[in-house]
Design a binder for this molecule. Structure first.
Ligand SMILES: [Zn+2]
Length: 252
């Protein structure tokens, strides 16, 4: 299949990810079926606007009626998804695992967006995805044993980090700002199934290093640009698990 077709399918997946990210966190998933509207004036967006990339090129990313800007996230997600699908098409050729890799990529992208925007890793996304990764583990190039072992170990390791972080936070009376949420534990289990044993350890290490780098950049940004010391701010680790997990899933 030509790469351009993969990119087009990736674009469609990106549109679905944007829809899901707009509607799932509001606990009203049925809204995903409604035509998207301007979030300011409520005008339904014209059909050509359903593809945020096209909308950005033709309408410069603004609502036709009230000129309110449309979020930059939508075209970025479409572009990322199209590029990732094209890459996976080249990387895995026509294999059963390609279909799984495309589904897992879409799930990781959706988790990345909802965790960044709402600090939410939704059960409606992560639980079916985990079930699929368990059931489809015999089709993975890792094989069933390495895949299931990776998932179980990642779940256990991040669960222990989660428990220690909670105890530590309670000792210091920081009951709210726990760096790891239980969503991260479930996400780690999913990432472990995709990366397998022993690569899952590398994935966790990369996620923590990337998270630390992200936190440092965030603190520098807050201090230099906003002139404020944001030492208590909690950085979501989920997006870093998604990126590290995806990299280790494709580079084998
Ligand atoms: Zn508008």
């Amino acid at each position: 299949m030509p790469i351009i077709l993969f990119a087009l399918v990736g674009l469609l997946a990106g549109i679905l990810v944007n829809r899901a990210a707009d509607t799932f966190p509001s606990r009203q998933p049925e809204l995903a079926l409604r035509a998207p509207q301007c979030q300011y004036c409520g005008t339904p967006r014209p059909w050509i606007d359903q593809i945020a990339l096209v909308s950005f090129i033709l309408l410069r990313g603004r609502c036709l009626k009230c000129q309110a800007p449309i979020s930059m996230r939508a075209p970025l997600v479409e572009l990322t998804s199209a590029a990732a699908f094209a890459f996976l098409g080249m990387r895995f050729g026509t294999s059963i695992f390609l279909v799984l890799a495309l589904i897992y990529t879409t799930v990781l992208l959706l988790v990345l967006v909802t965790d960044l925007e709402h600090r939410l890793i939704l059960n409606i996304v992560i639980l079916p995805a985990t079930l699929l990764a368990i059931l489809a583990s015999p089709l993975s190039p890792l094989g069933t044993v390495r895949s299931l072992l990776g998932g179980a170990l990642a779940y256990l390791i991040v669960y222990l980090i989660y428990v220690f972080a909670r105890v530590f936070a309670q000792l210091r009376h920081h009951a709210i700002k726990v760096p790891f949420g239980f969503g991260d534990v479930k996400l780690a289990g999913f990432v472990g199934l995709l990366t397998g044993f022993p690569d899952v350890f590398t994935a966790i290490l990369y996620a923590i290093l990337l998270g630390g780098l992200g936190a440092a950049l965030f603190l520098i940004y807050q201090a230099v640009v906003k002139h404020r010391l944001a030492l208590g701010a909690a950085i979501p680790y989920g997006p870093f698990f998604c990126i590290a997990g995806w990299l280790l899933m494709v580079w084998k």
